[in-house]
Design a protein around this ligand. Sequence first.
Ligand code: NAD
Length: 261
Amino acid sequence: MANDMGRVAGKVALVSGAASGLGKATAERLAQEGAAVVIADIRAEPAQAVADGIRRAGGRAAACKLDVTQDEDWQAAVADAERAFGKLDIVVNNAGIADGGWIHKISLEDWRRVMAVNLDGVFLGVKHGAEAMKRCGGGSIVNISSVAGLVGIAEGSSAYCASKGGVTLLTRAAALELALLKTNIRVNSVHPGFMQTPMLEGIIGLSRDPDAARAAMVKGEPIGRLGEARDIANAVLYLASDEAAFVTGTQLVVDGGFYAK
Ligand code: NAD
């Protein structure tokens, strides 16, 4: 897998929530294209397994336990990345949870948990990522929002939509600030539609009729299928790479046409 000529060769990336789903696929894709990757996740063992897999395939990777809601965890994770690989050029703020409940029933505690992981976690990743990137002359931050950060989605998604909408505008404001400060740091968001991952399987599994729920999701995607994790990995790869050198503050929607309707 080692790729000195790859699209992100020589760069160092940290991907949060990289033990599973979109984060795992993204970390593996960045490694394929030559980046050294820190697999950061609240679940240490599966994170280590992803890092081991990348190394077995000839790539460069390390694992680190990170709870994205914790300021001190972020400080330690960034320090680990710099110690292991010398710098930090790319941060992918991917960790997220899809918990929630209908707006008239969700508890304040559950609301705050969604906000803590999905929005505080991204804020801390942008903040500490940007500090590290300033030390190495610039970089690229990619925040994983959702189509639910662009439009409202019903059926218990209010907290999730609010958190992902927050990620959309946090991204735009941070991109402007870091551009004004001449940091050479770009910040963009990616907005997945319905992607086949453990998170989506969990949501489908909660419904009374999982087959009908899956069919409704497929029907919601004009392209006629659910997204694959590699669809997001390829979008993140572009934004992380120097191919996107003039792209900051944008929303890259990768959703099979869901948002176009
Ligand atoms: P997933 O559940 O498969 O993976 C999420 C990962 O985040 C897990 O490995 C989990 O351990 C980790 N994580 C959870 N809380 C954490 C915390 N506090 N600190 C660090 N790591 C933590 O989910 P996925 O489908 O791969 O989702 C990845 C991102 O994409 C999420 O932000 C999600 O909201 C977003 N997204 C997913 C879809 C979809 O259809 N799957 C659609 C739109 C957006």
